[in-house]
Design a protein. Structure first.
Ligand SMILES: Nc1ncnc2c1ncn2[C@@H]1O[C@H](COP(=O)(O)OP(=O)(O)OP(=O)(O)O)[C@@H](O)[C@H]1O
Ligand SMILES: [Mg+2]
Length: 152
């Protein structure tokens, strides 16, 4: 499985991993991303989705610069997907723009969450956009990580 990830990991838009709390999603996805870093022009970056959303809505100049850098990273790991809370339509729009830029430019984004976003019952346009990406088999592969919590 790891070999397959290395062969095709950066040729597609990414992977979406979901599974229960503590099954080892973060450990697995960051491990794969670190291996792939060796094949990239710049190191992979790790960012939890709640933190990314805060960054996207920031008006600070340095944060804007950071967003532009993050938009262009060859490999970004977005963790804890679904834990973010949208309070305005503008936040949804900013998140849509960020992910659509990465998607359109084939910048690989690994996404990791507790649940399958395609099953979210929501009017949220951002989640619908991500669901569309995941339903495109050429773009994304979706994995459910099953098992018991390894948290002690
Ligand atoms: N294959 C493994 N064998 C043993 N321990 C593991 C394994 N994978 C992860 N762990 C440990 O289990 C704990 C939970 O792992 P991790 O944070 O990767 O899970 P998670 O699915 O991302 O959890 P959460 O849903 O809370 O984000 C960590 O302490 C980690 O070190
Ligand atoms: Mg985790």
């Amino acid at each position: 499985m790891i070999k397959q990830f290395i062969l095709e990991g950066t040729k597609r838009n990414g992977y979406y991993f979901f599974g229960n709390i503590g099954v080892g999603k973060t450990t697995l996805i960051t491990g794969i991303a670190r291996i792939l870093t060796a094949f990239l022009t710049s190191p992979m970056q790790y960012m939890p989705m709640p933190k990314l959303l805060k960054l996207l809505t920031s008006i600070e100049r340095e944060d804007k610069d950071k967003i532009e850098r993050f938009e262009r990273l060859p490999l970004l790991v977005v963790d804890d997907f679904g834990l973010e809370r949208f309070t305005t339509d503008n936040q949804e729009a900013l998140a849509r723009d960020f992910f659509s830029y990465r998607y359109g430019n084939l910048h690989t984004t690994f996404i990791c969450g507790n649940a399958d976003v395609r099953k979210f019952q929501t009017k949220n346009m951002f989640y619908r956009q991500i669901s569309d990406y995941l339903n495109d088999a050429e773009a994304y592969k979706v994995f459910e990580i099953k098992g018991q919590s390894r948290r002690k």
